[in-house]
Design a protein. Structure first.
Length: 543
């Protein structure tokens, strides 16, 4: 656990950035010292491995596009600073893949990410509500992050929104203790309050988009709509008036100030300016971090505030193709996990059913053997009193016949046993239920006997839930059920990665988030999710 713990520490430095809040830490260059120590420990740790994946080639391609564009940049100094910072993110990407070596490490780093976000958001809210730390922009007081790099209201709201899909995946997985899950819910409530008080309209709309994505993937859409509307009504009642006006101005209602209109129009101007720069430099663009120098008639203008204009204008066709390839490979990889999961669950359900048949046959055989043994004892007792000998069916040949049934179960007998197991599941086997709904429902419904034994197998979550009256006397789960519990996390994380990319592309219309660490964080999670999912499937297939 040394490497995962150090990775969590580096993730804290990357998100919270304490050296920007406490300047004394910046003079000590704590980030660079920690990174070098982390790399040294990883180098000395035995049994290292770097997972091979197409995502790695896509990341390398985008880095090459960044370097080539930097060589031809209009302002080389600005490009050099950005590339230097981005290479730190590349090191972080590599260290994530090297440090997480098993499923336990994988779960640990997911919970660590949410915990770090909780500390980051909590500290920022503490400074805002108790120490009156804010920025006055667009005519309102706005919550900011404790750092400088991603501390502006819009960037801070974006960071929170990008953590919501992974938070929801962990909540649905039902992993961890009761208090840990309560902590996840607490962070969720705190995150929504923080997004509101940033006054970021794009952040508010992005959060609404996330809830719509969750609603689309839910099997209980009417309940989800009711909960969403109820939560919105309650939030609206407690929301200050200036935040209500800020939110309504997104749709052209309320007191729409000139600054709000200018801010909205600036996003479109950034996109148009990016297209002009792309026409002038179609192959490698104007250069990384050189967008402010491309405005006509201005020595230094403002940033694009639009990821599409920024990508086309700064990196050109090389950046568009490499970045697009990275997103496409991530999507295909996560989609493959979600499509494969129902098939794996189907196979595990069959295995669980077969295990139930064998156990039932063994129980019958043991009961029959005990009955025959008792009958033989009574026969010998009666023969001593002059009674006639017992018939042949009471002798020791029957147990042999019963024992053979354990290994020769006919299809008809198996069908009857499946129905018996489904009817007597409360007494003979722990009940389990699959939460959620997805593409695997129809595949499992095609096999009626399997679905009766497996219970309600639906969707992409594979959580084993034990009834309340049996929690105190929980029996060890069989290998198929344990596999269902372990494998269920991976499709949830895969879906969270896809949802986060959708949120980042949506938020990118009003934000220049092209060089965020979040893209590489998602790429590394994609590799780890696909690797451990395949590894777990193979392990249970061999067993």
């Amino acid at each position: 656990m040394v490497l995962p713990a150090m990775l969590a520490g580096y993730l804290f430095l990357l998100i919270f950035r304490p050296y920007e809040f406490w300047p004394i830490l910046g003079t000590l260059r704590i980030e660079r010292v920690y990174m070098l120590a982390f790399m040294a420990v990883a180098f000395l740790t035995p049994n290292k491995r770097f997972i091979s994946s197409p995502v790695n080639y896509a990341v390398a391609g985008f880095c090459m596009a960044l370097l080539v564009s930097g060589l031809g940049a209009y302002n080389g100094e600005a490009a050099y600073k950005l590339i230097e910072n981005y290479l730190k993110f590349i090191i972080f990407y590599v260290m994530v893949i090297l440090s997480v070596r098993n499923e336990r490490d994988f779960r640990f780093i997911l919970f660590a990410f949410i915990a770090i976000m909780g500390v980051y958001v909590g500290k920022s809210m503490w400074e805002f509500f108790l120490h009156d730390r804010y920025v006055y922009r667009m005519g309102i007081k706005r919550l900011v992050g404790v750092d400088i790099t991603y501390g502006s209201p819009n960037a801070f709201a974006a960071s929170i929104c990008y953590s919501l899909p992974l938070l929801w995946a962990l909540l649905r997985s039902q992993l961890g203790t009761k208090w840990l899950r309560r902590g996840l819910w607490a962070y969720g409530g705190m995150a929504l309050v923080a997004i509101l008080f940033t006054g970021s309209r794009s952040g508010m709309v992005t959060a609404i988009l996330f809830f719509l994505l969750v609603l689309l993937g839910s099997s209980r859409k009417f309940i989800g709509i009711f909960v969403m509307l109820a939560g919105f009504v309650v939030s609206w009642d407690f929301m200050p008036d200036y935040l209500k006006e800020r939110f309504l101005s997104t749709f052209g209602y309320g007191d729409v100030t000139g600054g709000a209109v200018e801010s909205a129009e600036g996003r479109m101007e950034g996109f148009k300016q990016g297209m002009l720069l792309f026409k002038e430099n179609p192959l490698i663009g104007f250069g990384p971090a050189n967008f402010p120098f491309g405005w006509p008639g201005e020595e230094v203008g403002h940033n694009a505030h639009n990821i599409y204009g920024q990508l086309a204008g700064e990196l050109g066709l090389a950046g568009i193709l490499s970045f697009g390839s990275l997103l496409l490979i991530i999507y295909l990889t996560t989609r493959r996990i979600q499509k494969r999961f129902p098939k794996v669950m189907h196979a595990l359900a069959l295995q669980a059913a077969e295990d139930g048949i064998v156990q039932k046959e063994r129980a019958h055989s043991s009961a029959a053997q005990s009955s025959v043994s008792k009958s033989s004892t009574l026969s010998r007792k009666y023969r001593m009193k002059g009674e006639p000998p017992a018939s042949r069916k009471d002798d020791d040949t029957e147990p042999e016949h019963d024992r053979s049934r354990e290994h020769s179960v006919s299809p008809k007998q198996r069908e009857y046993a499946l129905h018996d197991e489904a009817a007597d599941g409360q007494r003979h086997a722990p009940r389990y239920r699959m939460k959620g709904q997805g593409q695997g429902e129809q595949a499992l419904a095609d096999d009626a006997a399997t679905s009766e034994v497996a219970g309600n197998l639906r969707g992409t979550a594979a959580t084993v839930t034990v009834s309340k009256d049996r929690r105190k006397k929980r029996k060890p789960l069989g290998a198929p059920l344990v596999a269902m519990q372990h494998l269920g996390l991976y499709p949830l994380v895969a879906r969270a990665i896809t949802q986060t990319i959708i949120l980042m592309l949506f938020k990118g219309w009003a934000d220049h988030n092209l060089y965020r660490y979040s893209w590489l964080w998602l790429a590394a999670l994609t590799i780890l999710t696909a690797h451990f999912f395949t590894q777990e499937v193979r392990r249970y297939a061999r067993s």
